[in-house]
Design a protein around this ligand. Structure first.
Ligand code: OGA
Ligand code: MN
Length: 312
């Protein structure tokens, strides 16, 4: 496991002359850090992008408090980090509440700002975010980073949990690691929804959510460390009987989400959290979503290629 960076280890001024001094405070068990000292309302500079890459390679999840950015500023900052993911995975595509189609609406709101009905199909589909996952592993080229910004938060609950898939990998016995290393899984958002009993997809949606193959074990290009690449979106392992595959995946997710590998983020308004989807999992936590508003907006940047086309 990486040693957590000492508070204040990465500084503007001396190390990054064009950046203000950064304050970095580790949050979780060997991953996760709170970063103060950046203002994302300002146009992003190459130095800022390089700093974010360094912070992400070191901490995997960074929390930037007090970022009073609007949708345009979140889009501009995200696009500076990498190519934006073009299309959110949604049901009922025709109704988008937000200005930018690339911005994922992580809220419980209707287009008109009222709270979605309990039996709303989009609500039930979105509840799948409460299962452990990594973003867009069900797309041929998955997400690299996700950036989630808090606009309105509920009075209680609605936290987000994160799990460190490098530490989880390191803790596996060598024999099991050797078995897992060559495996390829099929991912589809329909598999995670089926776990909750949501299987109500139109033929058109089902065609759009056809399974894609991804490696079960990846190597992070910046740190060169191996990690598990797990998600509730997995529905099978190539060459394995399906029940055996699903039992293995369930065991691995249980293993990887033990207390020693996770931390919970309790949101404050204007927190921006950025996570590395290549080497972490996350899940949303329950709140009274039929009563209270939770309005979060997510952008994501794409990885460079499907995992099978990346060197291991
Ligand atoms: C996401 C996600 C969880 C949450 O934005 O990709 O899974 O807590 N969010 O809202
Ligand atoms: Mn997610």
């Amino acid at each position: 496991m990486n040693a957590p960076a000492a508070p204040g280890a990465l500084r503007g001024g001396r190390d990054h002359p064009s950046l203000p001094a950064l304050e970095v405070h580790p949050l979780g068990p060997g991953f996760g850090a709170q970063v103060r000292g950046l203002d994302l309302r300002e146009p992003p500079t190459p130095e800022l992008v390089a700093t974010i890459e360094t912070l992400m390679a070191t901490h995997k999840v960074i929390v930037l408090p007090d970022q009073a950015i609007d949708d345009d500023q979140q889009m501009r900052f995200s696009a500076a980090i990498g190519p934006l993911e073009p299309t959110p995975a949604v049901v009922h595509k025709e109704r988008h509440r937000l200005k930018h189609t690339e911005m994922v609406d992580i809220s419980n709101l209707e287009v008109d700002g009222t709270i979605k009905a309990a039996d709303d199909r989009r609500r039930m589909f979105d509840l799948g975010n409460r299962l452990w996952h990594t973003d867009s592993s069900f797309k041929a080229t998955p997400a690299k980073y996700s950036l989630l910004h808090a606009r309105v938060i509920p009075p209680a609950g609605g936290e987000t949990d994160f799990a460190d898939m490098t530490a989880a990998w390191d803790a596996l016995p060598a024999g099991l690691q050797a078995t897992l290393r060559p495996l390829v899984c099929d991912h589809s958002i329909m598999f995670s929804r089926a776990l909750m009993g949501f299987a109500d997809f139109t033929p058109e949606e089902a065609a759009g959510f056809a399974p894609v193959p991804q490696r079960l074990v990846r190597r992070h290009p910046a740190t060169r460390r191996e990690n598990l690449y797990l998600a509730s979106h997995i529905g099978g392992i190539h060459g394995w009987q399906r029940p055996e595959a699903m039992l293995l995946v369930r065991d691995l997710i249980e293993h990887a989400t033990q207390r020693e590998f996770i931390f919970r983020h309790s949101w404050a308004v204007h927190d921006l959290v950025i996570w590395d989807n290549r080497c972490t999992m996350h899940r949303g936590r329950p709140f009274e979503d039929k009563v209270h508003v939770r309005d979060m907006r997510r952008t994501a940047v794409q990885d460079v290629a499907p995992t099978l086309e990346q060197p291991h």
